[in-house]
Design a protein around this ligand. Sequence first.
Ligand code: CUA
Length: 393
Amino acid sequence: MFRRNYQRIALLLLPLLLAGCNFNARQSFMDPKGIIAQKQYDLFMLTVWVTAAIFLVVGGALFWTVWRYRERKTDDKDTLPSQSHGNPMIEIGLIGVSVALLVVIAVPTLREIWFTHDVPDDPESRLGTWFDGETAENTDDEPLIIEARGWQWWFSFEYPQLGITTGNEFAIPEGKTVKIELRGEDVIHSFWLPKIAGKVDMIPGRNNYMWIRSDEPGYYYGQCAEFCGESHAYMQFRAKVLPEEDFEKWVAQRRTAPPAPAGEDWTDFMTLSANNPEALPDNDAVKGARLFFGKGTCIQCHAIDGTMAAGKLGPNLTYVADNHSLAAGWMEHDNPDGSINREKQLSNLYEWVRRSEDIKPGNLMYYGTGGLENVDLSDEEVHQIAVFLQTLQ
Ligand code: CUA
């Protein structure tokens, strides 16, 4: 009876185990798309093959010995088999083989550790000269710098050279070395973009660095990889690797303000909104913008570049409607062809503002100081805010 249940449970757990075997799942390190991930993968596979060979040889020797020296019917039960202790040649040989295998693993391991820690073309680089051959294909100019910050439970990405800040989704150009400076703003988080590079911790009060480069344009999925509180599992991010010219376009767009909801520029909109709201068009986007800047208290924490919204405690919302996800990667609105599903996006924006406390337990947009917990918004007002946010594209 017990045995039967045991087998059933094992059978039920099997799919869970096998679910881990998807080699090109979107967060699989076994499908590398960048030089760092590729080198880490190669090193991992080398170690796997060496240890697999050791396992087969040692396991095989054990089985052979047990089989070869098993008790036989013809054995005399009263006398001990001949006893022997030690064999200097085998012992020295095994030590030699072990040392050789450790060296086989250690040399490339140290090499890759230095390689991943040393940003190519970085003026501060000390080891770069070691890897001239490896990094010769890099562009000669300085790396693109991104300051990545972990917050409970989302990511911000700042480009100090370009004057751009994004929340949860960021872009990098194809084939360009990108230096990422990592820090936690509240607790320890970890930045992990499996197809591009291994994880590095984001620690408050201390800068960690890593560099990445991807030669394959695409949309890559990242995850916070250090337990950081109740919504740790919902703390994701995305990286867009764009061809050079698309990246230039993205930068140009990100450096201009998104359109104001009524077609005027933002200064006119804010002036009219304050002094003569009746003169504004009577539509949901306008009403939503007025709630965003007013009663909704959104601007305490969120910024929209080019407007008076300059909050820094929540994700920067400039062009938030260009994102393929919401709530740090947790609510998705992709079409199967990779375009944005606008209908789903609108409903995600609505759901997120309406009931973020259910979607992401403990989130500070709801529970934080001045959070939505204390703001009384009707369903219609939430809809208007969602409509406004969707104009930011
Ligand atoms: Cu942030 Cu886990």
